[in-house]
Design a protein around this ligand. Structure first.
Ligand code: 8YV
Length: 329
């Protein structure tokens, strides 16, 4: 990058004020104050012009969009941890450095996972809707029965930072923790987590009362919970997803919930976001949230600060701390 001018940094969505202000001070920043998601053409135009693009999960940066990158574009500093919306191979082939914002939304996402586990098991949203509807006729010994969490088994798919943060919280619920991961966690972490490792996802699924998805979306995890695997789960099991919708075959999950072949689900993410399977909307045994797992003001500011650090480090000629080489599970 030429060193005498500030780099043109194009930000695709509205970020917290404090982050935008700092970006304006540091860079030739082009902000999106209206927060209207960019069209594919607009993204391509931004790629053609910018030195650095700051996209979010709502921008699909596929090979075609990367093809539109101009000679100045050297970096995609994504605002978010997941990078499944970016074709990493195409970016790397063009010599474009990709960074993300890991670590700073771990605790918030784990909190939301815990909230969904509790909400789905104890029917929190159904109960709230009943009170608001004005149709609540009073307490009865058999009304609104959910399921006890204490003493149940939680199976975590993906024991990275977020999986581990979920584990620490879930122990407070009195859950025993099991996990499936591409490989076992480091022995020291395993000792602290007191979690049982399952090499076979199929075998783990069949034995869990609650399953939480905390792995990234990669080619290997697309429909990891396929119709076949969902059918292995206990009939009254609860499935929670705060990762990416594509990890579950949403149509198969919906069918099973409709037929009572699965107990309940807590979903913060969907396969075709923001579209949600219309049949899911009608089911009482699902808690549905609008991809808000990491939606705290503190988290968004931390993410923005990470983006800034990554850009500045790169501009200064160093390797940015959150460079993404590849994703794996
Ligand atoms: C972010 C997320 O809010 O970081 C991620 O991977 O899924 C979200 O929680 C979003 O990605 C921002 O781009």
């Amino acid at each position: 990058m030429p060193d005498r001018r500030k780099p043109l940094v194009i930000v695709t969505r509205k970020l917290p004020d404090v982050i935008e202000t700092r970006m304006m001070e540091l860079f030739d920043a082009r902000l999106n104050i209206e927060d209207r998601a960019m069209t594919r053409d607009e993204l391509m135009a931004a790629m053609a012009e910018a030195d650095v693009l700051v996209p979010t999960v709502t921008d699909t940066i596929d090979a075609g969009v990367i093809e539109a990158a101009g000679p100045r574009l050297k970096m995609i500093a994504s605002f978010g941890t997941g990078v499944d919306h970016i074709d990493l191979a195409a970016a790397h082939a063009r010599g474009i450095v990709v960074t993300n914002t890991p670590g700073v939304l771990t605790e918030d996402t784990a909190d939301m996972t815990r909230a969904l586990i509790l909400a789905a098991a104890r029917r929190l949203v159904e109960g709230e809707r009943l009170v608001r509807s004005g149709e609540w006729t009073g307490w009865s010994p058999t009304s609104m029965l959910g399921h006890r969490l204490y003493g149940k088994r939680l199976g975590i798919i993906g024991m990275g930072r977020i999986g581990q943060a979920v584990t620490r919280r879930a122990r407070g619920f009195g859950l025993s923790i099991h996990y499936h991961n591409r490989r076992r966690v480091h022995p020291e972490i395993a000792q602290e987590l007191e979690a049982t490792y399952w090499e076979s996802l199929d075998q783990m699924l069949a034995r869990m009362d609650i399953v939480s998805i905390n792995c990234p979306r990669t080619p290997a995890t697309y429909h990891l919970l396929s119709a076949r695997r969902l059918a292995l789960m206990k009939r009254d099991a609860i499935l929670v997803n705060t990762s990416r919708g594509e990890v579950i075959d949403e149509a198969a999950l919906t069918r099973m919930l409709q037929r009572g072949e699965l107990g309940a689900a807590g979903l913060d993410v969907f396969e075709h976001e923001p579209a949600v399977n219309r049949k899911l909307l009608k089911l009482p045994n699902v808690v549905l949230l609008p991809h808000m797992g990491s939606a705290t003001l503190e988290g968004r500011i931390d993410m923005g600060e990470k983006v800034i650090v990554n850009i500045r480090t790169f501009i200064d000629g160093h390797r940015p701390p959150d460079r993404v080489i590849s994703t794996e599970f």
